[in-house]
Design a protein around this ligand. Sequence first.
Ligand SMILES: [Zn+2]
Length: 401
Amino acid sequence: MTRGVGGEATAFVATAGSGAPVVGLLAEYDALPGLSQVAGQAKRQVVAEGTPGHGCAHNLLGTASVAAAIAANRERVARKLPGTIQLFGTPAEEIGIGKTFMLRDGAFQHTDVVVAWHPDDQNRVTNRTRLAASAVNVEFFGRAAHAAASPWLGRSAVDALLLFDHAIALMREHIKPTARIHRVIRDGGSAPNIIADHSAGEYWVRDASGESVNEMLGRLRKAADGAALATETRAQVTLIFSLREPVPNDTLDGVLQRELDRVGAPRFDEADQRFARAMQKELGFEEAGLATAAMPYLRANGGTASSDIGEVSAAVPLAELNVATRPLGTAAHHWAQTTCAAHPVGYKGMVVAAKVLAASAVDLLVDPGLVKAARADLATQTKGKPYVSPLTPDARPVAPR
Ligand SMILES: [Zn+2]
């Protein structure tokens, strides 16, 4: 096992077997700030105020992938199958950088195919819906002054940030319906009686394609320069992460769908369904309980959340599964997922995901034709262009403040 991959202390690659094909599985395990929640409660109840929680259920994600890798490897040994199983420990998905740094540093260079999953409210093979996303830190540098004694000497970085934010709000009318722009203010000055010489906001830009995201980033840079010009400050826009939309792979989708149909949806019992309906009632959602069937295959099926899985999919053929680990209609990045992440509802989904991934990995070891077809799909989708990292060679992974 190799640790510290991509300059990330908690990233690892574990390998078993040797030679081709090399089948990879992805284990995520990061949590989300502020989503602390008592497990198995149908209403909001924090464990400790201000602490993180598994609102994206990556605890289930990582555990299922580890289980799948071990199970597939046992099968490889028992049946004397050729090939290698690789398990990638991929941290920092929620800040969009974990896999991108591992990729840039060559962690996936010998991997032939990757199968992955994500907790969800549905059971399906997901494809063609995740958005490309880039995040930038937008800073303004002004001149400090006493806000009452000599404000004419100051140039406010907060003014610049507000003007810039207004420009972006106006820009939202003139972007595609598929695009999303959202932000938080990181530095809004220290005290009203000091003209702020620094301000900062973090802006995320998303759309169906990386091309469209880059076009919007160009417009965002113009807005920053415009706000700086108007307020006699200086703007600085720094890229935090860049994730492309996942490259679809019909061959691997077929492998996952076949195994999902064989394993079937999680078998939730009446207590699970009651718990789910109580949560839906609490949230004002339709009391539809939990998904009890696997969806048939659809082209373009899934949620719009971005992930650094998109980066991996442009370098290695990849397909992604969703398994129900929370009530229908509820979303990730919410206490509704945290409360199920350490509860039978989440555990049952996790076990189904582990079985489907393990069986799919074995299918790929057994049939070299599938691996070849999956690689041909990737070449078609990317027009044979090799993966190029959005990161500069000197970029280093940095944890958010
Ligand atoms: Zn997630």
